[in-house]
Design a protein around this ligand. Structure first.
Ligand SMILES: NC(=O)c1ccc[n+]([C@@H]2O[C@H](COP(=O)([O-])OP(=O)(O)OC[C@H]3O[C@@H](n4cnc5c(N)ncnc54)[C@H](OP(=O)(O)O)[C@@H]3O)[C@@H](O)[C@H]2O)c1
Length: 331
């Protein structure tokens, strides 16, 4: 038996229950992993509330991101061995757990020079940022981009990465504290979107030209404005819906400026093992050489996952939030 968070019914943070669970032995193509750390993601909140299309059937253990030591391998596994340090950021859910079973082909080695707690925080969010800057819209030197929730988990890495490539980065955040972090993370301009009209500010900053791409993880609250600030032939990259589902896109919204609209899902870009390994190598290389700083801003014991959800949903967090198995905290 190991300790895990289990969700028996959808709802608020109170549905996250701390329980004993049986995880069994790995089967063909699977590994068992003892977690050192578990990354928290906004997607965990969507699933808990059953707002997300891939919300798992009840009961389930949440979580998509973690890092730890391989403690057993099932038949046919050749990609790792017992004792290896690995990280993963993927479905199936199940990382809010001291130990878990995982498909072996979803685990990637953690290179020397990357701390396992950082790896647990960055693998899912960082692979998302990698896909966003390299594939969904390919950021190049000279581009100007707008990133909403610039001080968030994904936002922090995305802004650092786009800045390192040579883009001009405009970020939106809700508080002055988050604005300071966004600046440190490479935003050339930061807009406090609760106090200022972000559309007017972006047009002012860009001298009326607009931006090449908007990375929008907010949805409902920012959706219309995000289209307004795009240049002709610009890219609206939707990758989250923190404020809810927006109205449908109409052809009118796209045709006037010949805009592109994509809903980007990291999992689709890293489905094949070779795609996952290439993206993870790109990410970990940039973490190890200091181009990307992982902000482990909030640590909670795994048993306190409900409080971590309250703070994430309450917009109280910035950077990455990590859950540490209670046993690991004692050691
Ligand atoms: N498509 C993919 O493959 C993929 C993968 C990973 C994550 N995501 C998405 O990326 C986004 C960021 O994820 P994350 O885990 O790094 O979370 P996060 O950005 O750390 O947290 C969400 C942030 O969104 C902002 N926000 C704006 N309106 C909000 C509202 N009504 N309620 C709560 N927050 C609101 C807040 O920043 P301010 O206070 O500054 O506004 C908040 O801190 C999420 O939308 C997530 O679903 C997508």
């Amino acid at each position: 038996m190991v300790k895990a968070i289990v969700v028996h019914q959808h709802g608020g943070p109170e549905v996250l229950k701390w329980e004993d669970v049986e995880i069994g032995e790995p089967k063909e193509g699977e590994i068992r992993l003892k977690h050192k750390a578990i990354g928290l993601n906004f997607l965990d909140v969507y699933m808990r509330k059953a707002l997300y299309e891939t919300s798992p059937p009840l009961p389930y253990t949440p979580g998509l991101e973690g890092a730890g030591v391989v403690t057993a391998v099932g038949p046919g596994v050749t990609t790792c061995k017992v004792g290896d340090l690995v990280a993963y950021g993927t479905l199936p859910v199940g990382s809010y757990n001291e130990e878990r079973i995982l498909p072996a082909d979803r685990a990637v080695p953690i290179p020397a020079g990357v701390d396992p707690v950082e790896a647990a925080c960055v693998i899912f969010k960082g692979l998302t940022a990698q896909v966003l800057v390299r594939s969904s819209f390919k950021v190049e030197r000279g581009h100007t981009i707008l990133v909403h929730a610039a001080a968030g988990g994904v936002g922090s890495i995305l802004c650092q990465w786009a800045n390192a490539i040579g883009a001009t980065v405009i970020g939106t955040v809700s508080t002055k504290e988050k604005a300071v972090q966004a600046k440190e993370d490479g935003c050339h301009h930061v807009i406090l979107y609760k106090d200022e009209n972000f559309v007017d500010r972006v047009m002012e900053i860009t001298s009326g030209k607009g931006v090449d791409a908007v990375y929008d993880s907010i949805g409902k609250d920012t959706f219309k404005g995000s289209f307004k600030v795009l240049k002709k032939r610009g890219y609206m990259v939707q990758f989250g819906l923190a404020s809810g589902e927006p109205d449908p896109v109409s052809t009118d919204m796209l045709s006037g400026k010949s805009l592109f609209y994509t809903c980007s899902a990291m999992g689709v870009y890293t489905e094949e093992r070779h795609e996952l390994l290439a993206a993870a190598e790109d990410l970990f290389t940039n973490v190890a050489n200091g181009v990307l700083k992982v902000r482990v801003n909030h640590k909670y014991p795994l048993s306190q996952a409900a409080q971590a959800h309250i703070d994430l949903e309450g917009r109280k967090t910035s950077g990455s939030v990590v859950l540490i198995p209670d046993g690991e905290l004692i050691n």
